[in-house]
Design a protein around this ligand. Structure first.
Ligand SMILES: [Cu+2]
Length: 164
């Protein structure tokens, strides 16, 4: 009986570890199916999307044809990255949005930014504060998805409690 019970808790803990990261972060594929390419519809793609700290941007393109440079607002306007800027070049570049605020990205190949609109700027918002979790720098698990997740865990615990 006792070992069955601890087995069940182990399974729940395992599920929790697997579910928490995916339920909290959203992965945005830049340009969706079209990916990161020429004549990028920056505003159209970003419209209606909410970018939050912890979310990820995925830039997909054919390696060598394009790249991704993180720039500041001034560089973005000029379509010119700093001399020492290191581009992302894998063709499947994942950028985690670690801090809130404006973020700017351009393609550094040829004049793709200036003439083919390969530029993207977004505003990253703070994580949603959950009313049920205590505020503080250590409360990493926040957001509506997190609270529904904990409701789900409570439900599971309730079912387990009824079974034993
Ligand atoms: Cu390009």
């Amino acid at each position: 009986m006792a070992s069955n019970c601890s087995k069940m808790f182990f399974i729940i803990a395992l599920v929790a570890v697997l579910v928490i990261p995916s339920s909290l972060a959203t992965e945005f594929v830049v340009g969706d199916d079209k990916g990161w390419g020429l004549d990028f519809d920056s505003q159209g793609w970003a419209a209606g999307k909410e970018f939050r700290v912890g979310d990820k941007l995925v830039f997909k393109y054919t390696p060598g044809v394009h790249n991704v440079l993180r720039v500041n607002g001034t560089e973005f306007q000029a379509c010119e990255a700093a001399e020492n800027a290191v581009p992302l070049v894998t063709g499947n570049d994942v950028i985690t949005l670690a801090t809130p605020g404006r973020k700017w990205y351009i393609c550094g190949v040829a004049r793709h930014c200036a003439t083919r609109n390969m530029k993207l700027n977004i505003t990253v918002l703070d994580q949603v504060a959950s009313p049920t979790s205590a505020p503080g720098p250590n409360s990493a698990a926040t957001g509506t998805s997190a609270s529904s997740f904990y409701a789900w865990i409570l439900l599971m615990l309730g079912i387990v409690a009824m079974m034993y």
